[in-house]
Design a protein around this ligand. Structure first.
Ligand code: CTP
Ligand code: MG
Length: 251
């Protein structure tokens, strides 16, 4: 079996270059402590045991590059993570990551790109696997959950029960993503999420909806940290009960 070419893998982009202003903390929320580790380390850990996830790009602010390296060395020592500098918007940070991955995409080492908010530490390995599989099969995949009520910007209720809350991770076949982001750069377009740019510049690509989970929360406000901590405690309790928890815990 020697000499077999390695099958292409999915690259993971973790977006951490925001400021977390809505938490009210002066520290960027992805660097806050959650159950003893930094938020983004929990996020990274969801894919730790997945052999289908290959290169990882962590996108951070220019003034947090050193801090990111220090946290990775301490809390995720076995993980090969490339740290790149993001931009002023989420979209600009995605574009930095796509450019960093270009050589590997062009060489066929990466066939799918998974883009994920580092501020979602509870996505879990199953959702990643489902999203990557669906993107490979259809072209793109996003997790969505039906919302009972959503408010639009004016505070008016939109059709009850019909709105879908879109989450991350979102995955796309790599060349589709590259072309969409090149076109977006040329047009000066900034999407609010990855799917927005693909929908706009690669409208023929099918974006499959994969059921999101209720626990896949994004840390947005300070109280979300308490909720995440309670959910993490619950998850590790369930794992212990099932006898599947590893004693190491990865740091
Ligand atoms: N993000 C990014 N680059 C930016 C802005 C946001 O990489 N210029 C990342 C954040 O770090 C976060 C994710 O995109 O993981 C989702 O964005 P959001 O929840 O809005 O985070 P922040 O912009 O950091 O928070 P806030 O809007 O409250 O300031
Ligand atoms: Mg923001």
């Amino acid at each position: 079996m020697t000499g077999q070419p390695t099958p292409p893998r999915a690259a993971l982009v973790l977006l951490a270059a925001g400021s977390g202003s809505r938490t009210g903390h002066s520290t960027n929320k992805v660097f806050l402590s959650l159950a003893g580790r930094r938020v983004f380390v929990w996020t990274l850990d969801a894919t730790a045991a997945d052999p289908g996830i290959g290169p990882v790009v962590l996108v951070v602010r220019a003034d947090e590059v050193d801090a990111a390296h220090a946290v990775l060395a301490r809390e995720a020592p076995g993980r090969d993570v490339r740290v790149v500098v993001g931009g002023a918007s989420r979209h600009a940070s995605e574009w930095s990551a796509v450019q960093a991955l270009l050589p590997m995409i062009e060489q066929g080492e990466v066939d799918v790109v998974v883009v994920h908010d580092a501020a979602r530490p509870l996505s879990g390995p199953t959702l990643f696997r489902q999203i990557v599989e669906a993107a490979r099969a259809h072209g793109g995949a996003v997790p969505g959950r039906r919302q009972s009520v959503l408010l639009d910007r004016a505070g008016l209720s939109v059709r009850d029960g019909e709105a879908v809350g879109v989450q991350t991770p979102q995955a796309f076949v790599a060349p589709v993503l590259v072309e969409a982001y090149r076109a977006a750069a040329q047009a000066g377009f900034e999407g609010s999420d990855t799917a927005a740019s693909v929908e706009r510049f690669a409208p023929d690509v099918t974006i499959q909806n994969v059921p999101g989970t209720s626990t896949n929360i994004k840390i947005t406000y300070a109280e979300d940290l308490f909720l995440a901590e309670a959910l993490l405690a619950r998850v590790s309790f369930d794992l212990r009960r099932l006898g599947t928890a590893s004693s190491g815990g990865g740091g």
